[in-house]
Design a protein around this ligand. Sequence first.
Ligand SMILES: [Zn+2]
Length: 300
Amino acid sequence: MLKIAYSPIYKYELPNGHRFPMIKYELIPEQLLYEGTIKEGNFFHPDAATEETILLTHDAKYWEKLKSQQLTAKEIRKIGFPMSSQLVKRGTHIANGTFQCALYAQQFGIAMNIAGGTHHSFTNHGEGFCVFNDIAIAANKLLSSNLVNKILIVDLDVHQGNGTAQIFRNENRVFTFSMHGAKNYPTKKEQSDLDIGLPDKTEDAFYLKTLRETLPYLIDQFEPDFIFYLSGVDVLKTDKLGRLNLSIEGCKERDKIVLESCRKNQIPVAVSMGGGYSERLTHIVEAHANTYRLAQEIYF
Ligand SMILES: [Zn+2]
């Protein structure tokens, strides 16, 4: 069964006109239910990550500042959301959602989080709409619990996974792969184990060819026993921040390549959603919904 982490806490109230399309966290589950791709029973409400779990990844000082709401105005601006204890609570549920997805993925092959992919969160600070690094938190918890040996992170959000790269810089049990827009945020990139920076306006053919040439090779060489997939849809041509030119079909083909590779190699995969900033919400919802449709087709 396709288990999907989702909770009403995922949608955080933002001031009018804020550029983050928070409503997608409601629209995507609604669309998937409406069209019959999933049923209510597919969802589970994740618990909050414990302090112990969070501290496997984040600095105690950063965590204390979040808990006591003592981040500076500058640190909050870098994150890009209005700060509150609700935002922090939300982050702990999303992060643990990704960890619980990992456990379900070990059982069912795949599980998905309707949020997360917060790859701009570092050990000691957040930025770019990311407070905690959900995939890093889940990965560190899997490793420290001896549930997996080697993890591959496939980050195909259009922005580089800078926080993830920093967190795992000295962790050889985790291989970080980020394919992103070379000219996009963050301007100062961290070093992943493999970075592929794509030129502006990259289209389907070149993008998919690059992925097809890279992913099987990484799986063969590194032999992961777990994969995290960050399926951001800000690669779309319609994306306001993306700078690449993928079509909706190309984006779906990208997801298919990743999920089929995981399935074929029998490596459990947990999917976190990542970014998507198309002008029209329907494009964002459709592209994310495709990832769920494919998961049902390929696995169940
Ligand atoms: Zn992004």
